[in-house]
Design a protein. Sequence first.
Length: 78
Amino acid sequence: MNINVNNLISITDANQNFSKVTKKVEENGKAIILKNNKPKYVVSCFDEAKFTDENQLLCIVAKLILTEHINAFKELAK
């Protein structure tokens, strides 16, 4: 993986100002969060994420829908 220095942000900065991380992702496609001055995490745009298979994407979408509408599903289950 090639690392662009414009993508780097310390974990302290990311923790205190997450909007700075999202701005880097919007501008550069990804942000790399450093922990102890070493690359530790990669944040990327969800639209550009690569999934290993269609089932993985389906599980993510299903979890988002269930989480958002849990009360409605509980009512329907009664």
